[in-house]
Design a protein around this ligand. Sequence first.
Ligand code: MIG
Length: 819
Amino acid sequence: MEDNNIQNPEGIPAKLAELEEDEFHHVNNPAAGIKPIVKKYLSRPVSAEQKNNKFYFSDGDAKVEITVVTDEIIRVRLAPHGVFLDEFSYAVPKLEKKVSVFGLNELEEEYVVYTNIINCHIRKTDFFISFSDNQNFITSSDAVPMHWEENVKFGGYYVYCTKTCHSNESFFGMGDKATELNLRGKRLKNWNTDAYSFAWNQDPLYRSIPFYISLNEGIAHGIFFDNTFKADFDFGAEDPTKTSFWAEGGELQYYYIHGPHMMDVVKRYHLLTGTHPMPPMWALGYHQCRWSYYPESKVRMVTKTFREKKIPCDGIYLDIDYMDGYRCFTWNRKYFPDPKKMIKELSEQGFKTVVIIDPGIRVDDNYSVFKEGKENRYFCRRCDDYFMEGHVWPGRCQFPDFTNPEVREWWGNLFDELVQLGVAGVWNDMNEPAVFGTGTFPDDVRHQYDGQRGSHRKAHNVYGMQMVRATYEGLRKIMKNKRPFTITRAGYSGVQRFSSVWTGDNVASWEHLILGNIMCQRLSISGVSFCGTDIGGFSGEPDGELFTRWIQLGTFSPFMRAHSAGDTKEREPWSFGEPYTSINRKFIELRYRLLPYLYSAFWEHHRYGFPIVRPVVMHEQFEPTNHFRQDEFTYGDKILVCPVLAAGQKDRKVYLPKGKWYNFWTHELVDGGKELMVAAPLETMPIFVKAGSVIPEYPVMQYVGEKEIEEVKMNVYYSDFEANSFIFEDYGETFAYEQDIYLEKKFVVRGKENKLTIQQSMEGLYTPRYENYHMNIIGLPFKPTRIIVDDHEVKDFMIASDKTVQLKLRKNFTQLVIN
Ligand code: MIG
């Protein structure tokens, strides 16, 4: 792109007009003027051919492949000179054909590849590609044909796709971008970057998720541009009538994913790239982190204070200072003389220990990890065959090539000792990869790329994902039937199959609280549901109010961890004194009370591809004003929250989607479809529950597994219509669910003026250990006189002072009728 006006070696300016295409020879012919590099476009398709579910069209030179993947997903690939690369993708592990009815029609003006649901049109005059639904509504269309541009720096092509952008079209997705939720008018880049203290609109950041959702005329579709090179997306920024995406190499390969609902698109994106495995239940609790807790006495002091102050916590983190000279898989014995003993004692107090790991391996012939990597040639090499070195925390380092399956296997096995010491989770940092000074690896570093070969230009964006994959797969093997916990900073589409993520080095400011809220919503609809921010802000100093508001957001982030940089003041939930400590405790307790609800939402994510956090626009995409709402979101599909994002607030405006909602704190029933002013002094935040919901609740515990659960509270929110709820239960820490050992419960709530019926049905092979439910019926509009459970009258119920109806029930009841 920068090389548009190339001059030949003698400095003669290009004379494009005088040259015919055939006469034109690049650098071999210094006498001739060199033609400026121009973009080349597909011209008219002259042939069409079908091979099973793949269709090939050619303009005589370039070829386009259209693959029908499912009824609603079609993949498009371009080969500028007719030769496609081997099928290979880190994002889409296997491309399964799940469609039976499809075919090709040739019409006068176009070819049409069709399924039962969608059509892909290839226009005969100019190779424009467009997609329509079975009502003939065009959802996506090329604004110019697919094109490419030679790049002399690497002797290959930049590849481009440009689509029509409609005047009211909105865009969502793209992972962790630090900007408004609606991406309309933005230009964004994907190139994983260590972005310490990133600013609003700073781009790129740590992850690359080349997937967006478009919303036009109320109809959604998605584009997943599966190309790992440095890539750009332009959502009507340069030209408001065009949406483009392009990459600095690789294939032009994208998936068209049909809606019409945003939720359909997101679910289908998950079908391609996978979902998070079920996390161990403890990983959904509260985590405490800092750079760094050391020595051991400090770790013990912090954990002890949690228990003394009765603030629940499950995870305690060791940042880089636990290592010996920052050498991965070693311990600083001065700070941690007996890690096994410490981890064991922490675990007896209910703490899981999570340790950090970095990709940089110190060049040190007395260090076994380096020695092994060196002997086996596991480290990345430059193309001229020397090992690549760079400086990171340990000093001079070499870096494992995680795109090599043998290296991943080796790396995975290195965790054996940490697991034997009792470590329960691994934090993968600096894996963009980050190198001091230069930022990252030089472009010419070579990667094995699972046998496909690649320079760093191609492997950069997947490096971090392959590191955490190696970590996860290794832990999974070593821990046998126990679920490992991993967290990563860098990632590419599909990283969710291996890890949770945090949004990186944010800042203790209100602006970053706003950003964190947006980024979690965005990550969640981009496949990465298990996400969270550094609560409190990594750099800088929050005051008590900001910290508490951040704890409130974190209570409703799928991953909840407070973290802070080493040069800041202590940052635990009690660091700001009262009233903050008590409010922080109250919200962390709320997190634990809602664990079975979050766990069920996680199952819906894992098994069915639903995002855990859902922006309002996903609930009501037909309402244009919702395209710009980014404060409120639902947590699962029953609870709507709206974090307070500014200082000094006592109330705030909240939009509720249509329907009836209960104020979580007051039980007041309100109508949605409008904005309300909601009280939000520091000790509370706006939380609403959809009428008709059944929300399971655990007793407050200081950590997961502290108590044997004797009964589960079931909060039933009366509705005068029928509503379904769903609850998932299993062992919480094994992979038995993969053998179908779990329980899915369904509740149907049906209310009338003077009658409420609740039905329960169950499916699955798991039996929870508790026997009873404590039913808590909220919002009943009549005074109950008779309660019948499975044909028996229950006399033993109570009406509490807040008018809720309380009773105990056997956990396997099938029908409860209240008159
Ligand atoms: O160069 O391990 O984002 O969470 O505390 C900084 C020290 C390296 C960056 C991570 C941060 C972590 C810090 N790391």
